[in-house]
Design a protein around this ligand. Structure first.
Ligand SMILES: [Ca+2]
Ligand SMILES: [Ca+2]
Length: 176
């Protein structure tokens, strides 16, 4: 409190008959115990990484590898929506299937949600590649804490290592 304000408080106290010490020590409410004025749902999206996989040598197996990005919530978990959209970083259009949509949260729902992206299997040696799953356009009661999920596509062809996610007994060979 400034000296000038203390003087003013003392003057007012004198005028209305209050003790000066009381007037100069106006108590503030303890705002730390109050809920925040704006209570929102705060969301974040995880990263994911995995081997791209390889083109099956015979029919019967899928030609894509599934990546999963988890969207978690904290805070007051208000109802609302947020959009998601894949975005190329070092990838090219044929490296994964572009995906977009809207996640909808019910009031009080604290469970996580998952965005799936199909990565296209690849038998060619090459560097690891990266793409994003981006969250955008949150509704009024949602705050995006981390809106960028990084997808890392691990190349598995140079070292000719079998991808770890093939079904049991699946045929596999290194594609040169
Ligand atoms: Ca591969
Ligand atoms: Ca490759």
């Amino acid at each position: 409190m400034t000296r000038m304000f203390k003087r003013l408080a003392a003057a007012i106290a004198a005028a209305v008959g209050l003790p000066v010490a009381l007037a100069g020590g106006i108590a503030h409410a303890d705002y730390s115990t109050l809920p925040p004025l704006v209570c929102e749902r705060s969301i974040s999206i995880s990263d994911d990484r995995g081997y791209e996989g390889d083109i099956p040598t015979s029919g019967g197996f899928y030609f894509q590898t599934l990546f999963a990005f988890t969207v978690t919530s904290s805070g007051c978990n208000r109802a609302g929506t947020v959009a998601y959209q894949t975005q190329h970083f070092t990838t090219e259009p044929f490296d994964y299937t572009s995906t977009s949509g809207t996640l909808t949260f019910a009031s009080g729902d604290a469970t996580s949600k998952t965005v799936y992206v199909w990565v296209t299997r690849d038998g060619s040696p090459g560097p690891n590649e990266f793409f994003w799953v981006k969250l955008s356009a949150p509704s009024a009661d949602i705050t995006v804490n981390d809106g960028w999920g990084l997808g890392t596509i691990l190349n598995d062809d140079d070292a000719c290592v079998a991808p770890p996610d093939l079904p049991p007994g699946a045929e596999w060979q290194c594609m040169e």
